[in-house]
Design a protein around this ligand. Structure first.
Ligand SMILES: [Zn+2]
Ligand SMILES: [Zn+2]
Ligand SMILES: [Zn+2]
Length: 776
């Protein structure tokens, strides 16, 4: 008998809502071990087994090796105890049995798995063409969870009682739908409906098939998915795409498309191995791919760009719809007006989208948590998030260099692409994409999201609230209110410091580590009151020194420069020539790029002369925008990032053989790249060089200048690591140049992998700074 023992095994990682407990059950039973498994609700499960020692050892080994696909094991801890003989069999204990206080993990949504696709395409009366088919390893989770622990009664599936067949599957340990909380079938689950745009039901046998027919005929259809409504229509027909642009008031913004299969994607875009894996992953994000020449897709899907955002179907609804439409791709863009959150209820969709769409393909399962699609771009072999949302959020990101101590810091992000973060121990729970806070609906969404996470993560006490330095942001105002209400400190974090620390934290840097981080961004408020955005910060979590930047140039009219980038060009050139020369140049060559044409030129020059309503800025984004306007690529910004995105697309076709000096000026300990001088040289080179090469060199020069400063400051201070963050750090050309410079200096380059380089990652950086301010 002495080879019998008991073991308590703690497994942490992504082990809840991914079919892990049923897997443990089947494994234990097959190995004749007795005991139980239970969710502890804090991203871990506890397994207690009794049996032969060698069998238990083998069991632990097989847990790691044979875990279900979507599960991720971070650690396994085994405690050996004496055999008691207390168990007759092996059981899955109810979740609430032993739920810990806080730090629960909220499972993200998982794309439909291959087995469920097979069921969907089979002749089985329960599953055939039934789009809500799911199992223990696939289907929606976060978007239907009301509270934790993740059990059916706390999801929006509660209003669909299981039929006897589903009940049987749910309770049968041998079935792959055993304990699948979202289980349902044609007899008991949610149903689709087709409505016209007045909300009247369209009688038809199969609403998805009918919607597909309508799309093929050129109609625009809103489709309710798992995280919100999409707007779907043909992507191959110019007239249809232009109709959508007109109705949606989005003249230029690229639309994402959904394609039925990888093979169909290959008919219009290049896909490398990493992109292939992303497209078919269980997270199934939108992947930004390069267009092939002679694509069947309308050029109006992403005008002026050489890329297109593509995803594969991730639910049964999408899969059936795309199969019936049978096109290379269908437009599948978020169902909202620009800036507003995605619509999630039928009533709201009818109110907001009836001016855009002709029909609604809807269903009767409630969307609890709105969740936009994630967007990823592979640059230089590294998948980089443009938006981290469905499929990834709200899985926590491990900040392994940050001390795992009790307490919680909540951070609320900036103003654009906002997310909220809860830093608990060394795990950072970053919310889904909330959006831009320039409208009340987005602000409401931020508030709701804060309350959901606070409840679901069982946060008893918040230690601090972190926000941006900018006091005019709605997120800052909300943070101020919260800090007052909860009676906890408010930590205001400089925008680019937060970008830098988000990078350091995801890379696992520790409290004493220092890095030289290049932050290439739009604009964020600097600690001197000016608009920063092209910075080199020598930084730890706690504090930073600004050791480099783009030499500040005036932005006449402030925010107007974001929309009319010719103003930023005027500002840059005003430092490289006299105002008289500038006025003549603008009048003769660029007057049509101003909103009010030639009349506006003297007004802008006057602004520059007086310094009234002029904001000094070191922004990388505005510099790129200015070059974009100078080359006539984009003179009005109709969506965020447009001038710079179009400039990058043009630059990819260019050479970098236009000679330019990259002047660096030193002012005390601060080294500055003189972007005005770069722009002046590019302007004079325009006569003899193609626009694509001017565009290319504009990128190369600024990236080289900033990288040079970062490397020399790092070497001076004995810092080994150079990082790159900020909204422009998704730009492939900039990254490539910086990568080369950094390795030429024998230093290591840190790039974002887990968080977006843009403002979607800001809250995570704020949270970690908040934590260190508490320690200080
Ligand atoms: Zn499945
Ligand atoms: Zn059923
Ligand atoms: Zn930023």
């Amino acid at each position: 008998m002495n080879d019998l023992a008991r073991a308590t095994i703690y497994v942490t990682g992504l082990v809840q809502g991914v079919g892990f407990r049923p897997f443990v059950y089947r494994l234990a039973v097959s190995m004749d071990l007795k005991g139980y498994v239970v969710n502890l609700g804090d991203a871990s499960v506890e397994i207690v087994v009794e049996g032969r020692v060698d069998a238990i050892k083998k069991f632990v080994e097989r847990l790691r090796l044979e875990k279900p696909g979507p599960a991720r094991i971070d650690s396994v801890l085994v405690e050996w105890l004496d055999f008691t003989g207390a168990f007759k069999d092996f059981q899955i204990m109810p979740s609430d049995h032993k739920v810990k206080q806080s730090g629960s993990s909220i499972p993200p949504d998982i794309a439909i798995c291959d087995d469920c696709v097979k069921d969907l395409m089979s002749g089985d009366p329960r599953w055939s063409k039934y789009p809500f088919t799911c199992c223990a390893v696939c289907g929606p989770r976060f978007t239907m969870i009301v509270d934790l622990p993740y059990d059916r009664e706390r999801t929006s599936m509660v209003k669909f009682p299981m039929c006897e067949f589903c009940r049987r599957d749910y309770e049968d340990p041998a079935n792959r739908r055993y304990h699948a909380e979202g289980i349902c079938c044609r007899f008991c689950g949610p149903k689709n409906e087709l409505l016209d745009n007045s909300g009247a039901k369209v009688p038809c046998e199969d609403p998805i098939e009918e919607a597909a027919k309508l799309i093929k005929e050129g109609f625009i259809v809103a489709v309710k998915g798992i995280g919100g409504f999409h707007i779907a229509c043909l992507a191959t027909d110019d007239d249809v795409v232009l109709k959508l642009r007109k109705r949606r008031r989005r003249p230029q913004q690229p639309f994402a498309v959904m394609s039925p299969s990888l093979e169909r994607v290959e008919s219009f875009a290049y896909i490398n191995q990493i992109e292939k894996e992303l497209l078919t992953s269980k997270e199934r994000p939108i992947v930004v791919l390069r267009f092939k020449p002679k694509s069947p897709i309308s050029p109006w899907v992403s005008p002026g760009l050489d890329s297109i955002g593509v995803m594969l179907p991730y639910t049964g609804i999408h899969l059936l719809l795309l199969t019936y439409v049978d096109e290379p791709a269908v437009i599948m863009t978020s169902g909202n007006y620009p800036g507003e959150p995605m619509t999630i209820t039928i009533d709201d969709a009818l109110k907001r989208l009836s001016g855009i769409v002709d029909y609604f393909l809807t269903h009767d399962r409630d969307i609890v948590n709105r969740c936009d699609d994630s967007v990823v771009r592979v640059s230089g072999g590294v998948p980089t998030f443009l938006r981290r949302s469905r499929g990834y959020a709200p899985s926590p990101i491990l900040f392994s260099g940050v001390e795992d101590k009790r307490g919680c810091v909540v951070a609320l992000g900036g103003d654009l692409n906002v997310t909220t973060s809860f830093l608990m121990g060394n795990k950072c729970y970053v919310s889904q994409h909330i959006g831009d806070l320039d409208n009340l609906d987005s602000l409401d969404f931020l508030v709701q999201s804060y309350h959901f996470f606070k409840k679901a993560l069982r946060v008893k006490e918040v230690d601090a609230i972190a926000c941006d330095l900018n006091r005019t942001f709605a997120s800052t105002k909300f943070a101020e209110e919260l800090s007052k209400e909860l009676g906890v400190p408010l930590v205001r974090v400089q925008h680019h410091h937060a970008h830098a620390t988000s990078l350091m934290a995801e890379a696992g840097l520790g409290p004493n580590d220092e890095a030289a981080v290049i932050v290439m961004d739009g604009v964020g408020l600097g600690d001197d009151g000016t608009a920063w955005g092209g910075e080199v910060l020598l930084t730890t979590y706690e504090r930073y020194k600004r050791v480099g930047c783009i030499k500040p140039y005036p932005l006449p009219g402030g925010d107007l420069c974001a929309y009319y980038p010719i103003r930023a060009l005027a500002g840059l050139l005003s430092q490289a020539m006299s105002l008289e020369e500038l006025e003549e140049l603008l009048t003769n060559k660029f007057s049509s790029a101003f909103k009010y044409g030639p009349r506006e030129v003297p007004v802008v020059v006057k602004q520059l002369r007086s310094g009234l309503n002029v904001v000094p800025s070191s922004s990388t984004g505005r510099y790129l925008d200015a070059v974009s306007a100078m080359l006539g690529v984009c003179t009005y910004r109709s969506y965020e990032g447009e001038p710079a995105m179009k400039l990058e697309a043009l630059a990819r076709a260019g050479d970098s053989n236009v000679a330019v000096d990259i002047p660096v000026v030193d002012k005390g300990k601060l080294s500055m790249v003189d972007a005005s001088q770069i722009v002046l040289q590019l302007l004079t080179s325009m006569r003899d060089n193609p626009p694509s090469s001017i565009a290319k060199v504009a990128h190369v020069a600024i990236a080289k200048g900033l990288a040079e400063i970062a490397c020399s400051k790092a070497l001076e201070e004995g810092v080994k690591v150079v990082g790159v963050s900020g909204g422009a750090a998704v730009n492939e050309i900039l990254i490539e140049v910086i990568e080369k410079e950094v390795s030429r200096h024998g230093l290591t380059l840190l790039r974002h992998r887990a968080l977006p380089p843009g403002d979607g990652g800001l809250s995570a950086g704020q949270a970690v700074v908040g934590r260190f301010h508490l320690n200080a």
